[in-house]
Design a protein around this ligand. Structure first.
Ligand code: GLU
Length: 376
């Protein structure tokens, strides 16, 4: 098997776990399944893979706790009821992950996000930095949608999309969606004997979309169509996305051992994709002028430090896209700035270890980190 179609090639991985896998019909968590998955996650972590989990299940668990249970009263909840159920269930969900991963000495952190947090650059930068720090410290972030504040307009609505956005934001190389079916088929395999499994997709064509419409499989609010949408986002970010059957115990281990799945393979790499996002899709709102020393350092792939800055032009906030210009005013790079213009002016030309005493808080050492910087 090509290593592109194998989980063992991952360095930074997002695993999406749907409600139907994690929560029984009566609203109880499937603890044996979760325990087995935690073992798989600990094994991957042991192999040096950075793992993030996007876990659903808050609403399914919470509605039972609140007496809005399924059974005869299994009606569709109103938005405020879903939000109340999510707030209640999330506590138990996070606790279960903490307990199961804790058995393997893996600490977990809870992250609740809305679309705004991944799209708005300022919040994007904060969410990205926090999650990156957690990964560096060996923590497994357990991520869900922030249902309490997610109104219709800013809802992801399903965690397939959230998982792909997290993968994009974090520059993950692999996003795995655990489903109740082992991927995409040419038609619905439960109704059509001639349906064949698709092992690899290199481009999401109309034909692929049509197949997704025909393939059954629905774990929670998703369905195959939203998984294809998630695959599109991931592929654009240079991230592989796999859809595999998560129903039996140890789904990650089984996938590593070669179990069938559908792999969506992107053209580029996560790093390149993030850089083209910074270079292409953003409107710079200010300019940072740097001295020759800093320009040379940037050309050698270094971050931009406050010490090398001679002028700050325009008004911008932390996370905004800015132009980096040389002493002659010509553009040399673009990037997402770690300080707003007011603070940037106060620390320009200064050493990074002076930042805290000047601004009264300890921000980043870099004005623009090299991951957030693209040469023009
Ligand atoms: N955020 C929802 C929950 O935790 C799940 C959304 C989904 O299943 O896609 O219940």
């Amino acid at each position: 098997m090509n290593s592109l179609e194998s989980l063992s090639a991952s360095r930074r991985l997002v695993v999406k776990v749907g409600s139907a896998l994690l929560v029984q019909d009566d609203g109880q968590l499937r603890r044996d399944w979760l325990d087995a998955l935690a073992q798989d996650v600990a094994m991957l972590r042991g192999d040096g893979v950075e793992v993030m989990i996007v876990s659903s299940g808050a609403i399914a668990v919470g509605r039972r706790l609140l007496g809005l249970a399924r059974g005869p009263r299994n009606r569709v909840l109103r938005l405020d009821e879903s939000q109340a159920a999510a707030a209640t269930g999330q506590v138990q969900l996070a606790h279960a992950w903490q307990e199961m991963l804790g058995r393997h000495q893996v600490p977990v952190a809870q992250i609740l996000l809305t679309t705004d947090d991944t799209e708005n650059r300022r919040r994007h930068l904060n969410a990205r930095n926090t999650i990156a720090t957690l990964l560096r410290l060996g923590v497994v972030p357990v991520i869900n949608e922030n249902d309490t504040v997610a109104t219709e307009e800013i809802r992801f609505g399903d965690n397939d999309r959230l998982a792909a956005r997290v993968a994009q934001m974090m520059g993950a190389d692999t996003c795995l969606i655990l489903s109740d079916i082992d991927g995409l088929y040419t038609a619905d395999p439960t109704r059509d004997d001639s349906a064949t499994h698709i092992g690899r997709v290199d481009a999401i064509t109309q034909e692929i979309e049509a197949m997704a419409g025909d393939t059954a499989g629905d774990d929670g609010s998703g369905g195959m169509i939203t998984k294809i949408e998630a695959a599109r986002v991931a592929m654009q970010a240079g991230c592989r996305l796999a859809i595999s059957d998560g129903r039996t115990l140890h789904p990650l281990k089984r996938l590593i051992e070669g179990e069938q799945a559908t792999w969506f393979i992107p053209q580029g790499e996560p790093h390149t994709a993030r850089k083209s996002w910074i270079a292409g899709s953003l409107n710079p709102v200010g300019t940072i002028v740097v001295d020759d020393g800093a320009a040379g350092a940037l050309a050698r792939g270094k971050s931009l430090l406050p010490a090398g800055i001679s002028d700050v032009v325009g008004t911008f906030e932390r996370g905004d896209p800015v132009i980096v210009a040389g002493a002659d005013g010509a553009e040399i790079a673009r990037g997402l700035v770690a300080y707003g213009s007011e603070d940037a002016r106060r620390i320009l030309g200064r050493q990074s270890d002076e930042i805290e005493s000047i601004l009264g808080y300890r921000g980043r050492e870099e004005m623009i980190h090299r991951d957030d910087l693209v040469e023009s």
